[in-house]
Design a protein around this ligand. Structure first.
Ligand code: TYM
Length: 376
């Protein structure tokens, strides 16, 4: 999507995203309280990502629940396109954590795609060896989140090409070059691999239906930048005999440097990586996390801070402080000037380091479990 002050495509997120405008431009629906109550009837509680509307929009979620209530279970699908090096950051984890929670609550199968050709095709400096190596690293992060190996299947595009390609060409036949150009802002200079790629990303949304020879509803949790691929896929899938996938969209975890754009691993100053050490986390937050505080302690005590633009507060709200009462107190104390920026940053640093300490231990254990998750 191209707007005046911001841009959201799978390949670029720029500027301060106006999510209200994005809902209209993309034609998605807002996740309202009525729908949240409907989900809660099946799940007993709501994950903080839903309660706080970090996942804020959807396509056809009511239909998914209609089918579920009729006994027609859905499967979940999401993915990760690895790049050079081990670069998973906290923002990437959000759709995956959502997926894991939905798997637990609805007993759903998860199909996880690792398109190891995607970043190879889009980035000149990235080789296929880089993405293959990084795919292995990134799988560790996914497994570390606790997915049920009996119900989770990883697809690696170059490895599962024989399975996926015959399905991808069915999709590709229904997509014109002009649709790809207008949807992604491509022109005649883009390589033909990247023009084809959307067809590969569509495949896991209906592959389980192909394999089980019956139409199975699919729900895709993702960051809203990925919606473009599925806007196209949703047009195509009914034409080749499958359901349109339903989508659950998340806002972006902002970069450390401010509330505009998205956390992105292309720049060290912008992201906390899952492999960062406690000292790196401390350094990055102290050095880069955009603060809503005043210039001096005296001024801060007098005027108070602005938690609404403060990145540390946003991370607590969106990810790291599930307790509503505690969050409210932090908000009020920071706003009144009782809490200083350094104190707020320390709360966040501590929370992230506790989380990463656990995550990194589970990531290490995952090294022996990759095979369990690969689709066979
Ligand atoms: P990738 O590897 O760029 O990102 C993986 C997932 O992380 C989301 N994401 C974020 N979410 C919140 N805040 C952020 N700052 C942030 N940065 C990234 C992305 O939206 C994505 O959901 N083409 C895909 C890989 C893929 C895929 C899929 C993703 C293949 N099949 C199905 C979602 C669903 C990609 O490049 O994702």
């Amino acid at each position: 999507m191209r707007g005046k002050s911001f841009e959201v495509t799978p390949y670029e997120v720029k500027g301060e995203v106006d999510y209200g405008k994005l809902i209209k431009k993309f034609g998605v629906s807002k996740l309202n309280d009525k729908l949240l109550r409907r989900i809660e009837r099946h799940t007993d509680d709501l994950h903080l990502f839903l309660r706080r509307k970090v996942f804020f929009a959807h396509r056809d979620l009511n239909w998914i629940l209609d089918e579920y209530e009729k006994g027609n279970k859905f499967f979940l699908y999401t993915g990760r396109a690895s790049t050079k090096g081990s670069k998973v950051h906290l923002g990437h984890l959000m759709p995956w954590i959502m997926c894991k929670w939905l798997q637990d609550k609805f007993g759903a199968e998860v199909w996880f795609q690792f398109p190891d050709e995607e970043k190879f095709l889009y980035k000149n400096e990235v080789t296929l060896e880089d993405t293959k190596k990084a795919t292995y690293e990134d799988m560790l992060d996914v497994i570390a989140l606790g997915f049920d190996s009996k119900k989770t299947h990883s697809l690696v595009d170059t490895k599962h090409a024989g399975l996926m390609f015959p399905q991808a060409i069915k999709v590709a036949k229904k997509i014109t070059f002009s649709t790809i150009k207008s949807s992604f802002g491509f022109n005649d200079t883009n390589n033909i691999g990247s023009i084809f790629y959307t067809a590969m990303q569509a495949v896991p949304a209906f592959l389980p239906s192909v394999l089980k020879k019956k139409k199975i509803p699919c729900l895709i949790p993702l960051g809203i930048d990925q919606d473009t691929h599925f806007r196209i896929s949703r047009d195509v899938l009914p034409k080749i005999g499958y359901y349109k996938p339903a989508i659950l969209h998340s806002v972006f975890l902002p970069p450390l440097t401010g509330v505009g754009g998205k956390m992105s691993s292309s720049d060290d100053s912008k992201a906390i990586l899952t492999t960062d050490s406690p000292a790196e986390v401390r350094k990055k937050i102290n050095k880069y996390a955009f603060s809503g505080g005043q210039h001096s302690v005296e001024e801060h005590r007098k005027k108070g801070g602005n938690p609404d633009v403060d990145v540390s507060f946003q991370y607590l709200k969106m990810f790291f402080e599930p307790d509503d009462e505690k969050l409210k107190k932090i908000y009020n104390d920071y706003k009144s000037g009782k809490m200083l920026t350094s104190e707020l940053k320390n709360i966040l640093i501590e929370k992230i380091n506790v989380f990463l300490n656990q995550h990194q231990k589970k990531r290490k254990l995952a090294e022996k479990r990759i095979d369990e998750f690969l689709y066979k």
